[in-house]
Design a protein around this ligand. Structure first.
Ligand code: HEM
Length: 149
């Protein structure tokens, strides 16, 4: 198994980065949809229906599979011998970043379910603030794994 992971290493890393890009695209876009949904749409209107469809498809068809693939290929890289030096700092700051990113994914998923249940929206201002979370975490993660302090 270990030799198999070592042989596949370049492909595992390529598939990891591809999954990351798809996941991040959704994590940047969904809070933006929430901002306009909260500020510009009348509940129960045809536009409300359309936004709910866009949010559901984005999370189910793109973000959920991309998050799972990012974790699967990421953990395959963790178990590839010689890749992660747990004595360094970067694996820990990266781990904190990806746990934060996974929490944010679930925060968005809960907000979507609240909207479907007809519960009141969070404010557009709150969604804009939360939209900065994936950006800051992405900077921490990418600097950790590429600069490697
Ligand atoms: C979800 C759990 C994740 C795990 C377990 C994980 C783990 C890893 C590991 C072990 C590597 C290999 C490092 C090497 O080749 O030396 C790696 C590479 C990489 N990861 Fe992740 N990662 C995760 C999520 C993410 C996220 C969310 C991002 C970006 C926002 C990210 C960005 C990258 C990049 C850019 C590389 C390539 C770095 C290079 O070429 O050296 N990863 N990841």
């Amino acid at each position: 198994m270990i030799d198999f992971l070592s042989a596949l290493y370049p492909w595992t890393k390529a598939l990891h980065v591809i999954s990351v890009i798809a996941w991040m695209a959704g994590l940047f876009y969904l809070p933006r949809l929430f901002v306009y949904h909260a500020e510009q749409v009348t509940p129960g209107s045809p536009t409300d229906e359309m936004f709910q469809t866009m949010e559901r498809r984005l999370i189910r068809a793109i973000m959920n599979p991309a998050m799972v693939a990012t974790w699967v290929f990421g953990l395959a890289l963790v178990f590839t011998p010689g890749i992660v030096d747990w004595g360094a700092v970067w694996p820990w700051t990266k781990a904190a970043g990806v746990l934060g990113m996974t929490w944010f994914h679930h925060w968005c998923s809960r907000r979507r379910k609240d909207i479907v249940k007809g519960l009141p929206h969070r404010s557009g201002h709150e969604y804009r603030i939360m939209n900065e979370v994936p950006t800051l975490l992405m900077v921490l993660i990418v600097v950790s794994v590429i600069v490697r302090f």
